[in-house]
Design a protein around this ligand. Structure first.
Ligand code: FDA
Length: 402
């Protein structure tokens, strides 16, 4: 005989715990099922262990989705301020780090403990670790076939996230289940991920691993149906395999394989104009001049990529070569050959298509009682606390609608 619940939430991560606690506190009998042996690993490792739990500026413009309007309803009904109030009520100390990003002063564990306490308030029952082999619709709702027996529930909320970081338990469960119930899934791909480069154009930059600087980065186009365009000013980091740092993680979500990204390594300086203007008034070598404005190793890389000598004197170089060097620094266009993939991606773009879901409740339009929330849905935030804010907001939207 299957255990009976009003709601079965599959996936006890950020969205799942939020949803279960809200539904439980409304008096529903809720069971939370997760296959992992350790609770909420992604929250634990997030923000370098301090969990960038929201962003005070979070709004629909900070999300990528097939339908940019879809996230508006949930985000406006459960805002960053609402989550901050919850955090404050648990006396969790936090601070703003950069561009509205809020982090715990101490540990991400505090956010996990807070969500557990909220679930306890709602008398949520836990089944963990517990594998869900499948879900079937019945006359009265759904039945979950698990390795701990059958669980019957009037409604099922799928909160199993995306494919990022498989080694801590990410699976394609949500996408498989959506397809089984005839729902469209937007092809998933890694987002917020380092980009990789190789080949002759990249050779001068191989020795630069570890070099970091603030840059402007852009990719894509604003024109055409479904066009994606991204532009950020953030820190760039050269790695052994390519480029990373917040600038690249942000732009990776907008990047289409085979197309270039464009970097301005000196966003506050027109390098060609500066070099040409100072041609007659400086005796400095090219390298020493460039190293005033950028890390010395990067200056070496750029000079070498432009086919120049580091000890060349400015006065000896034709303006055309200085303009080419300026363009290499101010408008460096380079085509990544790929990304580090789900192994390193912080999020999964794509997911259950928004047109399949109600933006008020997150319930599937075609399957009464079946809900999808969090990263499993085709709504993906920028880097900076936006993804957790979507997990909280979509979890609350479903939790209140169940
Ligand atoms: P989440 O992945 O949190 O939870 C899914 C749950 O489902 C997991 O507990 C998993 O075990 C379970 N599950 C999966 N398959 C299952 C199955 N078949 N059966 C049962 N259970 C199953 N975002 C942000 O806003 N600020 C930040 O600081 C960071 N930092 C960060 C660092 C790193 C390294 C990563 C990888 C990601 C981030 N993120 C982030 C992104 C953020 O962690 C992510 O968007 C949310 O955790 C998504 O919440 P969900 O609840 O949707 O999925």
């Amino acid at each position: 005989m299957a255990e009976q619940f009003d709601v079965a939430v599959i996936g006890a991560g950020a969205a799942g715990m939020m949803c279960a606690s809200v539904a439980g506190q409304r008096g529903l009998r809720v069971v939370l099922v997760d296959h992992a042996s350790k609770l909420a690993e992604k929250i634990r490792i997030s923000g370098g262990g301090r969990c960038n739990f929201t962003n005070v500026n979070a709004g629909p413009a900070n999300y990528l989705s097939g339908n940019p309007h879809f996230c508006k309803s949930a985000l406006s009904r459960y805002t960053a301020q609402d989550f901050i109030s919850l955090v404050k009520s648990y006396r969790i100390a936090y601070h703003e780090k950069h561009k509205g990003q809020l982090f715990c002063d101490n540990s991400a564990e505090q956010i996990i403990a807070m969500l557990q306490a909220e679930c306890a308030k709602g008398r949520v029952q836990w089944r963990m670790p517990c594998k869900v082999a499948g879900v079937d619709q019945t006359a009265t709702g759904f039945v979950l076939h698990t390795d701990g027996g059958e669980i019957a529930a009037k409604s099922v909320v799928v909160a199993t996230g995306g494919l990022s970081i498989p080694k801590i338990g990410a699976t394609d469960f949500a996408f498989r289940l959506a397809k089984k119930f005839g729902l469209e899934v937007v092809e998933p791909r890694p987002g917020l991920v380092p980009l990789t480069f190789h080949g002759p154009d990249w050779t001068p930059f191989v020795p630069l691993a570890g070099v970091a600087l603030e840059v402007d980065v852009e990719t894509g186009s604003r024109k055409g149906k479904g066009a994606r365009y991204g532009h950020f000013r953030e820190d760039l980091l050269f790695t052994h395999r390519g480029l990373s740092g917040p600038a690249i993680l942000q732009i990776s979500s907008f990047w289409t394989p085979g197309t270039p990204i464009s970097l301005n390594l000196l966003p506050e300086l027109d390098l060609a104009a500066e070099l040409i203007e100072h041609k007659s008034s400086t005796k400095k070598h090219l390298h020493n001049l460039l190293a005033q404005w950028m890390p010395a190793r990067l200056a070496d890389g750029l000079i070498s990529a432009a086919g120049l000598q580091p000890d060349a004197r400015l006065a000896d170089l034709p303006d055309a070569r200085l303009r080419a060097l300026g363009a290499a620094a101010n408008a460096w266009s380079i085509v990544p050959d790929g990304s580090e993939g789900y192994r390193k991606a912080e999020v999964t773009l794509g997911g259950v298509a928004t047109r399949e879901l109600s933006q008020q409740s997150m319930m599937a339009q075609k399957v009464h009682g079946l809900y999808f929330i969090g990263e499993a849905v085709d709504v993906t935030g920028w880097l900076g606390g936006y993804n957790f804010q979507w997990a909280w907001a979509s979890g609350v939207a479903a939790g209140q609608a169940l």
